[in-house]
Design a protein. Structure first.
Length: 282
């Protein structure tokens, strides 16, 4: 006789069902926006929401990258592709939030800007963790600038483990591709010519190496989405504060423009660029 489904067989059913507000903890969530400005009609609520929404999306991206690492570690390249594609779409949504922020004029921002104090988007430890997850490393580990508590633990976690790109290369080694053993787990954004040559063979014959080729392209799609998000961020800040210094001690637009040169996955980018000059016809 089939045993009937009961609360004991499904831990989810053992919890009170509740409703939509309880499931999403809406009371707590909607109470997290606390403007400091006392000016009636201030756009500070808009400003807070835009950045909180961004941080929630960052949380999802880190989750997806963690899952992609697991997929690569188990040689599931199509599953990892799906994770990378989702991250690309998320950053497309993130680019859209700047369009909403641009409805705020410099005069609107001036009303509450002083209340921000030293708070700055450059202090987003989740976005920096995303950069680490993708392989970016500062020349030196900036331990003195790492926040304590949850932020510091997250950054240390992603800075000290191999990146999602390194895990991809490790999967290629297990699949028999002649990538040198010291290729993965390298803390560098400089391209390795040995890895580039292997990937060049993939790009010259994508049908033969379809899963690897498709994964490499997903990495590129994701990077482009991040670059577009950075660009929209620069333009949104430029419209709001112009050439004035930013909060948190940054130089404002100038600081953000420098981040546009921060790139990932060097060997894939180099191979894609070099194919146009490949005269051997392969």
């Amino acid at each position: 006789m089939t045993k009937p489904i009961s609360d004991e067989t499904d831990p989810c059913l053992a919890q009170p069902a509740g409703g939509y507000p309880e499931y999403l903890a809406l009371k707590r969530l909607l109470g997290l926006q606390i403007p400091r400005s006392a000016t009636e009609g201030s756009d500070e609520l808009l400003f807070i929401l835009i950045h909180q929404i961004s941080e929630l999306w960052f949380k999802l991206v880190l989750h997806e990258l963690d899952q992609a690492i697991s997929d690569f570690d188990h040689d599931r390249l199509p599953a990892a592709c799906k994770r990378l594609a989702r991250c690309e779409v998320v950053f497309g949504q993130l680019s859209g939030v700047w369009q909403v922020l641009e409805t705020m004029t410099p005069s609107d921002y001036r009303v509450f800007r002083r209340g921000l104090g030293q708070a700055s988007g450059s202090q987003s430890f989740q976005f920096r963790a995303i950069e680490y997850a993708l392989g970016y490393r500062e020349p030196e580990w900036p331990a003195s600038r790492i926040p304590s508590g949850v932020g510091g633990d997250l950054l240390t976690h992603w800075h000290t483990r191999p990146s999602v790109y390194d895990r991809f290369l490790a999967a290629l080694i297990r699949a028999g591709y002649p990538i040198p053993a010291d290729g993965p787990e390298r803390a560098s954004t400089a391209g390795d010519p040995r890895i580039r040559e292997v990937l060049a063979g993939v790009y010259r014959n994508p049908e033969k190496h379809w899963e690897v080729y498709e994964t490499a392209e997903k990495f590129m799609d994701f990077e482009e989405a991040i670059q577009l998000w950075r660009f929209r961020h620069v333009r949104a800040v430029e419209r709001t504060i112009g050439d004035l210094p930013g909060t948190g001690g940054t130089s404002g637009v100038g600081f953000l423009e420098k981040t546009l040169d921060r790139r990932f996955f060097p060997e894939i980018r180099e191979v894609r660029s070099s194919l146009y000059g490949d005269d051997d016809g392969r």
